[in-house]
Design a protein around this ligand. Structure first.
Ligand code: BDP
Length: 715
């Protein structure tokens, strides 16, 4: 062998030994390091019997074999009939014959998508049975079982019954057909429309695996700012190829429907939803889609919002528009997710109030297969918002929640911000719609108002970067979306711990520290970006970095000054009856938390009140000093996050360690940028000094104002 060849090989193997590229996300099947545990796992998994041959059961078999090989370090043989103690049987309960009867109760609890994992006796041999009423339930059960091993749980006596609390567990991709991703920070779209349908990238299958492992069961492939081209025949064939790739994993495909498609594609003069020719056009289009994709999920629609066409262009209501599409998909069991993210420049009213005012009168007017999709907060995916007042206000309509997994306003691709606490904060909020305890979670899971149709969607943070999400910790937010949509009662801590164990390491010291860092990260981001209820003070267009001074945009409610209303007297948006009275859209129980500026939960103070710079805060500080304190403590906390991470250098592979370390360094700089720019700007109104003990801004306000980022991603 040539010497140079050997040197290259050594170099390559050294490289491979030091790092991981993150592609496998949490489906990393690395050897179990504890010998006792390894032995017990080997004893419990000495052979596998698989009942069934469908594509979904084959996917389950593939995953289980792959995982066991990686975790246990050996190929586990398949058997047709269990002969040994310590076997695993996977399969649909339909194969269990008489044995099924004894499981009737458990199977009933598992429902259509849930599963059982039981330690039991099969052929008089101690075995683990993973079964369900459906094949997809079996696959979910297999992923759960694998997770037990990945997180090093004991598996000697299992009795697990699990069923999803939500029916629709969706990703919303804001991916354009040219492969740019609106608000995407992880490269280009993973959908390579040009090479589809002929070329089905392995990545599509791995995407489906990742989703199924968390319970995600649907994906909207295209941007809500929709392009009608995706509804043309050649593109529908590409969509079909994706649907075929995802189907074994239970991931249904949905598309965004551009409301003006009948005009743009069909050559009609109108897209009026009450026009029979328009209705016919959609019926034909829908039939065409279902002839290619029999289990097509339906449409997500952004209409009459931010320049998108919609029924109001023809003097019709959102219900008229949604119902027309709902009628077209109904016979195919399709659904329409109609977004409530609407606000109009022509209305001088507080943007906070507009969706509620528009949609509440339509409650009860939608077809059965329409869901209204509402963002978690009333404005727009801010670091902290009160829950959207539409939750609990449309009891006759299934309302689903939309959260942003991609971090448009939450640090984009450079900040480590674990979002489960944000999602849970909204889910756990009490709307008081049916008295105390009417949480957003109970509204979106349908239990409060008895809705069969229910769901949660997250705007995806996925792109074609090697590790899918750009920031390695972005994967945790994708994972958390899936886990919470399966079971919103899980705690953020449990989800973080599972994810850390599977993605990085089972080392206790590492998990303890990094979990605390993850759980604190959202609050830290709020402090250095939007403390005390500030919101929408980011720079224009790309939304990267601070821009509280911006006051020159075409629409009043696009300008940060519209939201913070800083003046010489004070700061904040008065949403009490003396101001916009957005508070009036909440029930008394919820309102109570916020209505009085002297008792208001301070995390929302400037969201609901305009208060003086000297307003006394619970800390004993004035508002101005509190803002200085919070901005500084946010920055200091990012320094702490860096220390936590650096402490665990030896516990993480070198590549991912360095990626996170570099990103945390950027995060610290950007946190200081937010602090300095915001304090200097607000100081022009407060005329107060930044207390001595805090670090002084290193640049002038003018410097921050002139920063430009013409090629910032996601715009
Ligand atoms: C805003 C985003 C914009 C989206 C819009 C939406 O900046 O890119 O199109 O939300 O949700 O936050 O429709």
């Amino acid at each position: 062998m040539k010497k140079s060849f050997i040197v290259i090989m050594l170099f390559l193997s050294a490289l491979m030994a030091v790092g991981e590229d993150g592609y496998n996300c949490w489906l990393r099947y690395v050897p179990v390091e504890n010998n006792n545990l390894l032995l017990s796992y080997k004893q419990a998994a000495s052979e596998i019997q698989v009942n069934g041959t469908t594509a979904t059961i084959m996917a389950a078999r593939y995953e289980l074999s792959l995982a066991l090989k990686g975790l246990l370090g050996e190929n586990i043989p398949l058997t047709k009939d269990i002969r040994k103690n310590g076997s695993i049987l996977i399969g649909n309960a339909g194969f269990l014959g008489e044995g099924r009867k004894s499981l009737a109760n458990d199977l009933q609890k598992a429902g259509a998508e849930g599963y059982l994992i039981l330690t039991t006796s099969i052929n008089q041999k101690k075995s683990i049975l993973i079964t369900a009423n459906t094949d997809i339930g079996v696959l979910y059960g297999v992923f759960h079982f694998i997770r037990l091993l990945q997180t090093r749980q004991a598996i000697a006596a299992l009795h697990i019954i699990s069923a999803p609390r939500l029916k629709l567990r969706l990703l919303n991709h804001w991916d354009n057909l040219n492969r740019t991703v609106e608000r995407g920070y992880a490269g280009f779209s993973i959908w390579n429309w040009h090479t589809l349908p002929g070329y089905v990238d392995q990545r599509y299958i791995d995407y489906a695996r990742m989703n199924a492992s968390t319970g995600i069961n649907g994906t909207v492939l295209t941007n809500v700012n929709a392009d009608a081209t995706v509804l043309t025949k050649p593109y529908l064939e590409k969509v079909k190829a994706l649907a075929d790739a995802f189907r074994p994993y239970g991931v249904k495909v949905y598309l965004t429907a551009r409301f003006s498609a009948p005009v743009e594609l069909g050559g009609l003069k109108t897209a009026d939803p009450l026009d029979p020719a328009v209705q016919q056009w959609w019926n034909n289009k829908v039939n065409e889609i279902y002839s290619l994709i029999p289990d097509f999920g339906g449409f997500l629609v952004k209409a009459n919002s931010e320049g998108q066409p919609g029924p109001q262009n023809y003097g019709r209501s959102h219900a008229d528009g949604a119902n027309m599409l709902a009628d077209a998909v109904a016979s195919h069991k399709g659904i329409i997710m109609w977004r409530a993210f609407v606000y109009s420049n022509d209305l001088p009213d507080d943007r906070h109030k507009q969706a509620y005012n528009e949609f509440v009168p339509l409650d009860g007017k939608f077809r059965k297969n329409v869901m209204v999709q509402v963002k978690n907060g009333a404005i727009d995916f801010m670091p902290r918002e009160p829950f959207h007042p539409l939750f609990g206000a449309m009891q006759k309509t299934p309302v689903m929640m939309e959260v942003q997994v991609t971090q448009e306003y939450l640090g984009q691709g450079t900040h480590l911000v674990y979002l489960s606490p944000l999602f849970k904060e909204c889910l756990d909020s009490d709307t008081w719609s049916n008295g105390k305890g009417s949480t957003v979670a109970k509204i979106i899971d349908g239990s409060l108002d008895n809705h069969e149709l229910n769901g949660l969607a997250g705007v995806a943070n996925i792109g074609n970067d090697m590790n899918w999400t750009g920031h390695p910790f972005g994967q945790a937010n994708w994972y958390a979306l899936g886990r919470l949509s399966w079971d919103h009662t899980l705690s953020s801590g449990q989800i973080a711990e599972e994810w850390l164990r599977m993605t990085f390491s089972n080392d206790a010291a590492f998990i303890n520290d990094v979990k605390i860092m993850m759980l604190s990260s959202r609050e830290i981001m709020v402090k250095y970006m939007n403390p005390c209820g500030l919101h929408h003070i980011m720079a224009t267009g790309h939304h990267y970095g601070p821009g509280p001074w911006v006051n020159n945009l075409a629409r009043a409610d696009w300008n940060p000054v519209y939201y913070h209303k800083a003046d010489f007297a004070g700061i904040g948006f008065d949403r009490t009856p003396s101001g916009s009275n957005a508070l009036g859209q909440y029930k008394a129980g919820a309102k109570k938390l916020w209505e009085d500026s002297s008792t208001c939960d301070e995390r929302y103070l400037l969201w609901f009140h305009h208060v003086t710079w000297n307003h006394p805060m619970k800390s004993g500080r004035t508002l101005w000093n509190e803002l200085c304190h919070q901005y500084n403590s946010g920055v200091d906390s990012v320094k702490w996050m860096r220390q936590v991470w650096n402490k665990h250098k030896t516990r993480v592979d070198a590549i991912r360690f360095r990626q996170v370390a570099m990103l945390l360094e950027i995060q610290e700089k950007e946190a200081a940028w937010w602090r300095n720019a915001c304090l200097l700007y607000f100081q022009t109104f407060s005329k107060m000094t930044i207390p001595e003990k805090y670090e002084k801004p290193d640049q002038t306000l003018d410097y921050f104002k002139q920063l430009k980022f013409p090629f910032a991603p996601g715009n």
